[in-house]
Design a protein around this ligand. Structure first.
Ligand code: GLU
Length: 409
């Protein structure tokens, strides 16, 4: 997917063949074995990865994913998307992504800590505050980032807050990071609604995925009057035309670890959730949930891609045909609030000067508005899809930086 999206953007930008390979292939792809002692006395070895896509604009930046399907291909695609995302937002980073192939739900807290610490320890030769800065992603959280930071710091003999972002505020994290991605998704939805002249209080939304991103997006949409009629996580799915009680769902998920058992009456077929009539559809879970078949059946007005890579290239072809009906907020724009506030966290850690939440969120909205306007201008100028426009801005920025720096030696 990352390759085929890149190639169509490279065609549009008329990037010569030789330059394409240099832009697309990751600079470094690291595979490690991560051994830990399990609670049952056995030793287990997990596979870990980190892909650093390009080093042209500054350090690489991106999340670390702990999930059963993580492999070097998935991590590479996610790293490439991070590059275009950072460039579109104007951040001085290349993209990176990492992860471990593991089902975190099968680990005890002690095992999770051991795995997190050993992963960071194995990565020490390849990361640094000016080399590669990790962050949370699926299956990781503030606590895992605190263990990463502590492990790196113990090896350096001093506290190095700026080695990872998404840390708890008590350990050098920033105000606003936890909610940043979800708030950013909601902010861009409201910007899109203004363009389409949709009123929040007359609108409905369906949210697939109720983790950090989906839940904060749902809370903010509901707070501003949008009726959330459908929501799901990996365990269960709920639908109610009259509107779901989002705050009760968030509380339930926090208490029980998931939405499983939230309600019997409102349970719904997850395979049908994405294609229900609604104004705003927010896929906030995993990749490739919208294929050509689903794309043809969508009944939304706005598709807000809060997940990374939820829409396949085949689906994109269908959405291109339906451009007048469905307004797509492409993933590298839609979910960029997370890495934008990660950048603010890194800047604050480097300066040891910390901002309040309102300053963080005002700056976040500023960068999102800027990126949104640039994407819309390009769409209108060249009559292209929103994804092509967003990616073209990102790819173009990296291509220009490579061209002006030249090739060493
Ligand atoms: N994992 C998030 C993403 O996919 C955040 C990355 C970061 O904050 O560096 O954008």
């Amino acid at each position: 997917m990352a390759r085929s999206q890149f190639n169509s953007v490279a065609d549009y930008l008329q990037i010569p063949d030789g330059h394409r390979d240099r832009l697309l292939y990751p600079k470094r792809a690291i595979t490690i074995s991560v051994p830990i002692n399990m609670d049952n006395g056995e030793m287990a070895v997990f596979q870990g990865y980190r892909v650093q896509h390009h080093l042209t604009l500054g350090p690489t930046k991106g999340g670390t994913r702990f999930a059963p399907n993580v492999d070097i291909g998935e991590v590479s695609a996610l790293a490439i998307w991070m590059s275009w995302k950072c460039a579109l937002a104007g951040l001085p980073y290349g993209g990176a992504k990492g992860g471990i192939t593991v089902d975190v739900n099968s680990l005890s807290r002690r095992e999770l800590e051991a795995l997190s610490r050993r992963y960071m320890q194995e990565m020490i030769p390849f990361v640094g505050p000016h080399i590669d800065v990790m962050a949370p992603d699926m299956g990781t959280n503030e606590q895992v980032m605190a263990w990463f930071m502590d492990t790196y710091s113990m090896y350096q003999g001093r506290t190095v807050n700026e080695i990872v972002t998404g840390k708890p505020v008590s350990s050098g994290g920033t105000e606003g990071r936890r909610e940043a991605t979800g708030l950013g998704v909601a902010h861009l939805i409201f910007r899109s609604m203004e363009r389409l002249q949709l009123k929040p209080s007359d609108s409905t939304a369906v949210i697939q995925g109720f983790g950090n991103v989906g839940s904060f997006a749902a809370i903010e949409l509901a707070r501003q009057g949008v009726k959330i009629i459908g929501a799901s996580d990996h365990t269960s799915c709920y639908f109610d035309k009259r509107g779901l009680d989002v705050n009760a769902m968030v509380e339930y998920a926090a208490r029980n670890g998931s939405l499983k058992g939230f309600s019997n009456e409102l349970a719904f077929d997850p395979a049908q959730l994405l294609v229900q009539p609604c104004d705003i559809l927010v896929p906030a879970a995993i990749e490739r949930v919208i294929d050509a078949d689903v794309a043809a059946k969508l009944q939304c007005r706005i598709l807000a891609e809060a997940a990374n890579g939820p829409t396949t290239p085949d689906a994109d072809a269908v959405l291109d045909q339906r451009r007048k009906e469905i307004f797509v907020i492409p993933d590298i724009l839609c979910n960029s609030g997370g890495v934008i506030v990660s950048y603010f966290e890194w800047v604050q850690d480097l300066q040891q000067l910390f901002w309040g939440k309102s300053e963080v969120l005002t700056r976040l909205r500023g960068l999102l508005d800027d990126a949104f306007s640039r994407v819309m201008e390009r769409v209108e100028k060249d009559d292209i899809s929103h994804r092509t426009a967003a990616m073209a801005i990102g790819v173009d920025k990296v291509a220009k930086a490579k061209a002006t720096r030249g090739l060493f030696p």
